[in-house]
Design a protein around this ligand. Sequence first.
Ligand code: DGL
Length: 268
Amino acid sequence: MTDPKTKSIGVFDSGIGGLTVIRALMERLPHENLVYFGDTARVPYGTKSEDVIKQYAVQDAEILIEKGVKLIVVACNTVSSVALDLLEQRFDVPIIGMIHPGATHALDATRNNTIGVIGTVATIGSNAYPRSIYELRKNVNVYSAPCPLFVSLAEEGWSDHPASKLIAQEYLTPLIRYGVDTLILGCTHYPILKNVIQQVMGEEVALIDSGEAAADEVIELLTEEDLLNPSTMAPRREFMVSDVPQKFKQLGDIFLGKTLERVTRVQI
Ligand code: DGL
């Protein structure tokens, strides 16, 4: 029987963006085996209805369960916002989403108890981040703004493009007026635009990368459950997508910071 510690951590996302979460996991847990599924055939999820997102989320998780993973990380903020409870009910393995870790890190960072949240239309519409923040602390002001165009800008690789700055100013100015001192990047793609967002928000505003926050929670959970992989060998890392892997490979450079050698296509 396979030692549960050597099983892979499963990560899924609506597409490419979850590679920012893989990156954070690889930095912190270099010896863990990883398996990633990106639903590139059906991306984006952020503009879809809750029912459809839930249906896709279960199918995505099933792909990872078939791989025998020890834990599932829901890298997609949109899925984490609307389908985490459902996934927890459906599957026996521990499941970590983006919302709770992002909320916790934001509360640790804020000095004036005024937090901003940005994400897809579905994530912001679900109110998941403010709910999670208020569960942890009552006397906080939370202001949210959907930033749908950021997804396309990140996929173009326009991390420092003047157009990205203009759009960021348009989306973020209301949050600056509310005086947020901490901003949750509540979407897989937004860390790619971190520099522009920081310039627009101002240096003193703390940006919370929910993927990095979730990677910290993964370490805590694996430690508590005694599931950390003790191996010091080079890990197995498998990447699967539901549509032509070519674009995924190209974008891997931007989102992961390294080229993906092997990406396989699976039927969904
Ligand atoms: N992965 C999604 C998220 O983090 C962004 C892309 C999409 O809309 O599917 O919300």
